[in-house]
Design a protein around this ligand. Structure first.
Ligand code: ARG
Length: 489
């Protein structure tokens, strides 16, 4: 009978062998049933696999070990377990961690989850001392802790990835602070801007994304360990000490909240989805700019792909994929919101589903940031074509109206006068307001003078927009400076 078999295993008479230390029986479910408790019947292999999470939570191994070491040390300090046992647990947990890192110990894919796998290895190697580590702890507070530790370990890396991407955007913005290009609204040419201004706009969005990740990290700063299954423990645990040992500001306030809360996962998934949405929009611009019709951008051959049928093709697949992956991240956020909606307090197994969505959002964002950065660094902007596109779409119309405003005409009248000029230019096949003689222009407003003409060029249009936030080269350089300073802090 299985019960007996596990009993023997637990007694250490039949310590499992094999690479993972728990798979010697060839029946992974057996080794995984460390806490079958009163349940004498073993689940079907398929059912066991269905409720297992090892394939997803294996990446929490270093965090699980870290949490267990802090917990074991506290149990020893408090005299809940003998000091030698605490020491033995610490040494063995450290060894398991090192072996996992070195690859000499493999995570058993047949285990239920990372917590049971590590406790299983510990027990197989140490016997009774291994059985002491879980005193005063539940997998509910353990997983809540592990996930927080994992995020505290990896989010700064993700943020650094974002910062490197931001920094490349700023380099390119600086290079093109004075490169004039058309700015668009409704995808119609609107007013002259600079490419540096555009790239800085993207950098501003990423700067907020970076803040959002930082905010989420701040709220993660509470240690749930000691919350047990939901109601803490009757053992004299020292929650303050464990929180401090693990680098948390404080232990969490309420044990039920600690095991039920996944706000932090929602927040981070939302921050990822927002960042992905930004990347998706940037990439949409890159795709448009790469079209023959636009011709603003040459993505370079290494950042393009060919076609299986059309030999001439050079497709912006990378930008399109980054754009497309925003859908995954939005989906992951929806998954998490729907997962939590309606869940009774405190822990429910549904919560196990949180990790796959969250990890996917983190992984997706990391790869997208890297790819987007590479693309931007390599992008060859066709500044001649950009500047040429500023002529012909009457991007100077607002400037002409503002010229009249500066001479005292009410804006609405100025708007009307220039609208008439544009209409008549189009009818006459003239591409710009500047093609009209002063005499002709004075029929629309006597306020026009010779000094109008230089004000109509794309570069003076962009250069004159030097208000804070504007596209003028000097102002763009100031914006770059502000963003660089924020990056340094
Ligand atoms: N694998 C589980 C998870 O990710 C660990 C907690 C299991 N707790 C439980 N009561 N079954 O949520």
């Amino acid at each position: 009978m299985l019960g007996k078999k596990i009993g023997k295993m637990i007694e250490g008479k039949e310590a499992p062998q094999g690479p993972s230390g728990v798979s010697g029986t060839g029946k992974p479910a057996e080794a995984a049933l460390l806490w079958a408790g009163r349940l004498a019947e073993k689940p079907e292999q398929e059912a066991f696999a269905f409720q297992a999470s090892i394939a997803v939570d294996r990446r929490l191994a270093p965090d699980d070990i870290r949490g267990s070491r802090a917990h074991a040390a506290m149990l020893g300090e408090r005299g809940i377990i003998p000091a030698e046992t605490a020491e033995a647990l610490d040494a063995e947990l450290a060894r398991i961690g090192a072996e996992l890192e070195a690859g000499t110990l493999e995570i058993d894919g047949g285990a239920e989850d990372i917590h049971s796998f590590i406790e299983g290895v510990l027990t197989a190697r140490l016997g009774d001392p291994g059985r002491m580590v879980h005193a005063g702890r539940s997998r509910n507070d353990q997983v809540a802790l592990d996930l927080r530790l994992y995020l505290r370990r990896t989010l700064p890396e993700l943020r650094a990835e974002l910062e490197r991407t931001l920094s490349v955007l700023l380099d390119r913005a600086e290079e093109h602070a004075a490169s004039v290009m058309p700015g668009y609204t409704h995808l119609q040419r609107a007013q002259p801007v600079t490419l540096g201004h555009w790239l800085c706009a993207w950098a501003c969005a990423l700067d907020r994304d970076r803040d959002r990740l930082g905010d989420a990290l701040g709220r993660l700063d509470e240690c749930p360990l000691g919350s047990g299954a939901l109601a803490g423990s009757t053992l004299p645990l020292d929650r303050e000490a464990v929180a401090a040992a693990l680098g948390f500001r404080r232990p969490s306030l309420n044990s039920m909240d600690s095991v039920a809360d996944r706000d932090f996962a929602l927040e981070i998934a939302a921050a990822c989805a927002i960042t992905q949405t930004h990347l998706s929009r940037f990439c949409e611009d890159l795709v448009i700019w790469s079209s023959e019709e636009s011709g603003f951008l040459d993505m370079g051959e290494a950042w393009s792909t060919g076609s299986s049928i059309m030999p001439q093709k050079k497709n912006p697949d990378f930008a399109e994929l980054v754009r497309g992956k925003a859908g995954r991240s939005a989906g992951n956020l929806m998954t998490l919101l729907n997962l939590l909606k309606g869940l009774p307090y405190a822990y429910d197994k549904d919560l196990q589903e949180d990790k796959e969505a969250l990890f996917d959002s983190l992984d997706t964002l990391q790869s997208c940031l890297r790819i987007f950065r590479g693309m931007i660094a390599a992008a060859r902007f066709n500044t001649g074509r950009m500047e040429a596109a500023c002529t012909g779409g009457f991007l100077e119309a607002t400037d002409a109206a503002e010229y009249l405003v500066k001479k005292g005409l009410p804006f609405r009248r100025a708007h009307e006068a220039v609208a008439m000029i544009v209409r008549d230019c189009i009818a006459a096949g003239q591409q710009t307001i500047g093609r009209r003689s002063l005499e002709e222009l004075r029929r629309y407003s006597p306020l026009f003078d010779e000094d109008l003409y230089p004000a109509l060029s794309p570069s003076s249009g962009a250069g004159a927009r030097n208000l804070p936030g504007g596209p003028a080269p000097g102002e763009v350089r100031r914006q770059i400076g502000v963003l660089r300073k924020r990056l340094e802090n």
